[in-house]
Design a protein around this ligand. Structure first.
Ligand code: DX5
Ligand code: ZN
Length: 229
């Protein structure tokens, strides 16, 4: 996984047809997705439940790009090896999920994955100041995690602060929640390079009309890369 700061669109399969994940993953990748974002929720850290490691392992053979697994669970550490075994390329844990995020990132890297750390909207950029030499990705939540289709919360000041803190370290800034053609340029101008989008990619499409996914992905990318970006 070579590092670069080009714009990467990461559709969240939280907005896919839950009875047809293999075909949905193949469809979004055929239609231009750069990464595939998998939202893991435990009904405890967030008020919703999604995928355990067995489900994620079943997605793996369908993902040809990067499987970006976002853990919205607490605790994290007992499950790190299971998500490594499931084939996660990037494993992201929330800084709010426990008292030992530093140990968690060490364990994610020791298990052979890229380590991400996510910040809820109420958590300041400074919460990751001492983690920047060990994180591969900072995920800035622009909704309160738990559900797709929520309204974007403006975190551009936080993204700008993180981009300055990161300097020339090889650390991605990912934005998660409410990303669409209107909000993508704001966060990219502030320094983000990975854009998670659930409803804005899957809206109007299906595995039988995958060209809609392609049009949605191209529209977000064009807005993100557009004038001023
Ligand atoms: C929110 C998840 C997001 C979500 C994004 O808890 O982490 O990845 O699926 O969905 P949209 O793009 O619909 O806000
Ligand atoms: Zn997510």
């Amino acid at each position: 996984m070579p590092f670069d700061r080009s714009i990467k669109i990461a559709p969240s399969i939280l907005s896919a047809d839950f009875a047809n994940f293999g075909a949905e993953i193949r469809a979004i990748e055929d239609q231009g997705a750069d990464w595939v974002h998998v939202d893991v929720m435990d009904g405890h850290f967030v008020p919703n439940l999604t995928f355990g490691p067995m489900a994620v392992k079943a997605f793996r053979p369908h993902v040809k790009t990067v499987m970006d697994v976002h853990l919205m669970i607490a605790p994290v550490d007992p499950y790190i090896d299971a998500y490594a075994d499931a084939g996660a390329d990037v494993l992201t844990a929330h800084v709010e999920a426990g008292p030992h995020i530093h140990r968690t990132l060490q364990a994610i890297k020791a298990a052979g994955m890229k380590a991400g750390v996510a910040l809820n909207p109420g958590t300041p950029a400074e919460a990751v100041a001492h983690l920047l030499d060990m994180a591969d990705l900072i995920c800035v939540m622009t909704v309160n995690p738990g559900f797709g289709g929520q309204k974007f919360i403006d975190m551009t000041a936080k993204v700008r602060a993180l981009r300055a803190m990161i300097g020339d370290r090889e650390v991605h800034i990912e934005i998660d929640g409410g990303v669409d053609t209107g909000t993508a340029p704001l966060v990219v101008q502030a320094g983000a390079d990975v854009l998670v989008a659930g409803s804005a990619v899957f809206r109007g499409g299906s595995v039988d009309a995958p060209e809609v996914y392609g049009a949605n992905i191209r529209a977000i990318r064009a807005a993100a890369e557009g004038p001023g970006a």
